[in-house]
Design a protein around this ligand. Structure first.
Ligand SMILES: NC(=O)c1ccc[n+]([C@@H]2O[C@H](COP(=O)([O-])OP(=O)(O)OC[C@H]3O[C@@H](n4cnc5c(N)ncnc54)[C@H](OP(=O)(O)O)[C@@H]3O)[C@@H](O)[C@H]2O)c1
Length: 226
C-alpha cells in the first residue's frame, strides 16, 4: 500500500516521503481501516512514539498521522462492536504506524461509528483536538451548565472545538485571541470576545473555568487607573 513515511528524525517534515509500505497486520481486537481522511500534526515528528515502539525498539520507517476517518476493511481476531464496511473515525496508537496511509490498524476501542451525514474530512479533524478540548473543559475543568468558560486561543484547532462544546454544555463562553479571530470565535458560539492585543483581560470578569490554548504571558493590556 502507499503511505507517507518518516525516516529521518532530524529532517522534520522535509524528511517525509510517499512510499510503498507493508499492508498493516490486524492483531487481537484490531480493525483495519481503509483511510478516507487523516489528520497530522507536525509536532508528531518529535514524539518518541513516532520513532520507537512500546518496547523501545526502533520502528523506522514509521507512518505518522493519528486522526483517522474511513471504512472498516477487516476485523482482527476477537474484535467486536464494528463490522466490515462500517464508516468509523478515531485515534490511532502513538507507537504504531498511523493514518497517512491507504490502510491503518487501529484498536476497535479507539474508533467510533461515523454518522452518515458527517464528511470524512470533518471527522478526521476532530479526534485529537476534540479530545483535548473535552478533557480540558470537562475532565479537568468540571465545566457545567450555567458556568462561564474563558477560552484562550478560541479560534485555534483546540479552542474552536472547545467553544462549541462549552456552548453545547450550556456554559457562557468568552473567547480570546487576535483581532482577526473575533468573528470566528463569535460565529462558533462565544458570547463575548477579548482581543488580547487591545482588551484588558479583566473585562472577562469572574469565570469558572479557564482553558488556555496559548500559554505564556498573555494577560492583555493593563486597564488604566482612572
Ligand atoms: N491541536 C491539537 O489537537 C492539540 C492537542 C493537544 C495539545 N495541543 C497543544 O495546544 C496548544 C494549542 O494548539 P492548537 O492546535 O489549538 O493551536 P492553534 O491552532 O495555533 O491555536 C492557537 C490560537 O491562539 C492564537 N494565538 C496564539 N498566540 C496568541 C497571542 N499571543 N495572542 C492572541 N492569540 C494568540 C492563534 O492565532 P494565530 O494562528 O494567529 O497565531 C490561534 O488562533 C499547543 O500548545 C498544542 O501543542 C494541541
Amino acid at each position: 500500500m502507499r503511505a507517507v513515511a518518516a525516516r529521518d528524525r532530524a529532517a522534520g517534515i522535509g524528511g517525509l516521503s510517499l512510499t510503498e509500505m507493508p499492508y498493516p497486520h490486524a492483531t487481537e481486537n484490531d480493525v483495519i481501516v481503509r483511510v478516507h481522511a487523516a489528520g497530522f500534526i507536525a509536532g508528531e515528528l518529535e514524539w518518541p512514539g513516532t520513532w520507537v515502539d512500546r518496547a523501545g525498539h526502533d520502528r523506522v520507517a514509521s507512518v505518522p498521522g493519528h486522526d483517522v476517518s474511513g471504512v472498516v476493511a477487516e476485523l482482527g481476531y476477537g474484535t467486536t462492536g464494528l463490522t466490515v464496511g462500517q464508516r468509523v473515525f478515531g485515534l490511532t496508537d502513538w507507537c504504531r504506524n498511523g493514518s497517512l496511509a491507504e490502510y491503518v490498524a487501529v484498536e476497535a476501542r479507539n474508533l467510533a461509528p461515523l454518522p452518515a451525514d458527517v464528511d470524512h474530512t470533518v471527522a478526521a479533524a476532530l479526534p485529537i483536538s476534540g479530545l483535548t478540548a473535552w478533557q480540558g473543559l470537562f475532565d479537568h475543568g468540571r465545566l457545567t451548565t450555567g458556568q462561564t468558560a474563558l477560552i484562550h486561543g478560541a479560534a485555534g484547532a483546540v479552542g474552536a472545538v472547545a467553544v462549541q462544546l462549552a456552548r453545547e454544555a450550556g456554559a457562557r463562553v468568552i473567547g480570546t485571541g487576535r483581532t482577526a479571530d473575533r468573528d470566528t470565535a463569535l460565529g462558533l458560539g462565544a458570547g463575548a470576545f477579548l482581543d488580547l492585543q487591545t482588551d484588558p483581560l479583566e473585562d472577562a470578569g469572574e469565570v469558572d473555568v479557564v482553558l488556555d490554548m496559548i500559554g505564556g504571558d498573555h494577560r492583555g493590556p493593563m486597564r488604566r487607573a482612572s
